[in-house]
Design a protein around this ligand. Structure first.
Ligand SMILES: Nc1nc2c(ncn2[C@@H]2O[C@H](COP(=O)(O)OP(=O)(O)OP(=O)(O)O)[C@@H](O)[C@H]2O)c(=O)[nH]1
Ligand SMILES: [Mg+2]
Length: 335
């Protein structure tokens, strides 16, 4: 299985993507500032033609470079590491992503052709009226061409917002990924094991995306990845929130720390939690698992022992609310 090889989120550096309105405003404003130095003795019609042509060229050049810049700065979804590529697919959609970029980039050609046509029209006439009419028509058409990519620009703005927040992962560090049912105490565990300050709450699906924490004690030995809760169901029935957890398990985990809540105060039966555990072990056969029995403060000792006996992997008991047992489990993984 290929683990992560880049150390940073490839989408972290995407710059602001303008709205179509902003693009067109900037283009027209640039054109309105155009000045041409033409000797006074040159006929008025020639002067006007030159000026209008220059304005259109300025617009063409501006849109060409601006649209190119927007597209080129966005990493190709097919070329980034599969961890990021899959997250982008889950959060935005691979095809939508590619189509939007293609259409933004392709608009350069449409603009170019349109402007060439109008420049030709302007060159061919000797009537001031006709020059003005052609210019106006060109602006109108440009306006609608750029507005046609409004949805695509909006999608790339959405992509930027969602993707730049993805965690950066250090490939040289031991990576522990947490998994388990919703509400079992995954984020509470991560909060005690690392620098991360995840949101913790008494309802399921509090954590909605993959978050990364680093160990607190001086040396940077490991990173720990908090994930959204998983339900026990087939992959193709999983929602986008759960799929992010699966992607992290698949591409990042050197060790999977599976957390259960035998008190069932999470709202899900232990039986289902154990069934998911078996499924994940099947899915990620090559990755070592550590089994965490959390909320031990809410369960009788005899029940804990009984559960411990049924688990083949190494077990730890924790109270992630207070942090009891968390360091023992982490130290075991590190050593
Ligand atoms: N009594 C007790 N409560 C705990 C323990 N661990 C977590 N909790 C509580 O359980 C609830 C859920 O904790 P979270 O850490 O948000 O659980 P999670 O697994 O990250 O939940 P999702 O992000 O929704 O999947 C919170 O109210 C915690 O305070 C524990 O060991 N004992
Ligand atoms: Mg959580």
């Amino acid at each position: 299985m290929s683990k992560i090889s880049e150390s940073v989120n490839p989408f972290a550096q995407i710059n602001y993507v303008p709205k179509s309105e902003e693009l067109i405003d900037q283009a027209f404003r640039k054109a309105s500032r155009v000045e041409v130095k033409i000797p006074k003795k040159v006929r008025r019609i020639i002067r006007i033609k030159r000026k209008e042509i220059k304005k259109l060229r300025v617009i063409e050049q501006f849109l060409d470079s601006r649209l190119t810049r927007i597209v080129k700065q966005i990493p190709s979804i097919d070329r980034v590491h599969p961890f990021y590529s899959e997250l982008a697919d889950i959060l935005i959609g691979r095809d939508r992503f590619k189509k939007a970029l293609g259409s933004i980039y392709g608009t350069r050609r449409v603009v170019k052709r349109l402007i060439s046509n109008y420049i030709l029209k302007i060159k061919r006439t000797n009537e001031v009226e006709e020059v003005i009419r052609s210019s106006r028509a060109a602006y109108g058409r440009l306006n609608s061409i750029i507005h046609r990519i409004e949805d695509n620009l909006n999608l790339m703005r959405e992509a930027r917002q969602k993707l730049r927040k993805l965690p950066s992962v250090d490939p040289k560090k031991l990576t522990i990924v947490i998994a388990g049912y919703p509400n079992v105490g995954k984020s509470s565990f991560v909060a005690h094991a690392s620098t991360a300050k995840p949101e913790i709450a008494e309802y399921p699906f509090t954590t909605q995306d993959v978050k990364i924490g680093h160990n607190q004690r001086g040396l940077s030995i490991f990173q720990i990845v908090d994930t959204p809760g998983l339900l026990d169901r087939p992959l193709n029935e999983r929602n986008p929130i759960e799929l992010q957890a699966i992607t992290a398990l698949q591409y990042l985990a050197h060790v999977i720390l599976y957390i259960v809540d035998p008190s069932e105060t999470c709202g899900y039966p232990l039986k289902e939690q154990l069934s998911l555990y078996a499924d994940l072990k099947e899915l990620f056969r090559e990755t070592p698992f550590i089994f965490i029995i959390n909320k031990m403060d809410l369960v009788e000792k005899s029940k804990l022992d009984e559960l411990r006996d049924t688990i083949k992997d190494e077990c730890f008991e924790t109270n992630a609310l207070k942090g009891d047992g968390v360091n023992e489990a982490i130290e075991r993984i590190i050593n």
